[in-house]
Design a protein around this ligand. Sequence first.
Ligand code: SAM
Length: 378
Amino acid sequence: METINEGKVRFKSYVGDKISKKLPVFYNPVMKLNRDVSVLLLDSVDKKEMQLALPLAATGIRGIRFLIELKKEKVKFISFNDKSDEAVKLIKGNLKLNKIKSKDKIKIFNLDANNFLLNSKGFDYIDIDPFGSPNFLLDSAVKRIARNGILAVTATDTAALCGSSKNACLRKYWSKALKNEFCHEIGLRILIKKIQEVASQHDKALKPIFSYSKDHYFRIFFHCEKGKKKADEIIKNHGYVLYCKDCLFRETAADVFNSKECPFCNSKLDYAGKLWLGQLWDKKIVTKMNKEAKKTKDKDLIKLMQIITDESKINSVGFYDIAKVVKHNKLKHVPKKELLIKEIKKAKLKVAETHIRPNSIRSDITLKELVKIIRNIN
Ligand SMILES: C[S@@+](CC[C@H](N)C(=O)[O-])C[C@H]1O[C@@H](n2cnc3c(N)ncnc32)[C@H](O)[C@@H]1O
């Protein structure tokens, strides 16, 4: 057991040579950014006096950071839960270590996460942060998330969602994945679609307000609204991405009944879906989060937030990997990203880096226009 600092919190945790779920209680320092983003988001949404739930709380670090770092008026109470006795002991110890005494703001449970949620009256914020897939907890979470509440979901089974195992994606997420250069965005959008489908069964509409893909995981924050019409509106944004593996042409489509040829090079198009074709971010919330991030002086957080702020202004599904576009379209040289961005802006089109992949650009440009601009730079 070691004493660790994260954010403004000092806490005890088990540390192993390898981050593994075999640790007596799980703590992954790589997920600090995940917790940083959660603090930023909760501070940036227009909500006070929230009732928060951490059904998979482990060391309690996330909840303790919320109690210590969030603006005072944000938290009404936080419920910590973990099925592991060891974890619950550690949560209690860590609350004490951080001198958090106010019993009225904290509740601690030692239950299976589904029982914990279903036995509750509901929450304004539920944070699902599991090992692997969040599937096992989705139904209970959507049942217990309040109107105007926020559901936060992490998934670390990126292999299934990104097309390493096609059957796993069909079986667990009811969609076809694609293993290509923007497979992480496809995976993120398939995960969003699956969670929205689970919610729609309960006439709840989940709109992503902040989503990202990083390291070994996906993370999405949804705003929840109630009503059949609102749920229908969400489902209308589910569709497909058509993709040409030869020239990298892509477009979105409502269906894939008529298998099409690539209009650019005549190869047969492949597809991914169904997936969420709507926005990954709420621009207003992203702007607020970016402002808050700058106050932290945390380089990783500031960088992630700046890139996402820029890319959130562009309405596109997928992005272009510059070197791959050059190779697949038999162009001469790979232009510098900065120069290419400048040239695309000159053509009065929107363009930004993407947080998902280095040396790639998110833009509303068509492949044809992009190839032309690169040819001119060459
Ligand atoms: C990935 S860890 C959570 C990490 C934590 N949220 C954080 O930010 O550090 C997953 C936790 O879920 C707990 N867990 C797994 N399955 C559970 C279940 N069915 N019910 C309750 N807790 C569960 C494990 O004991 C483990 O502590």
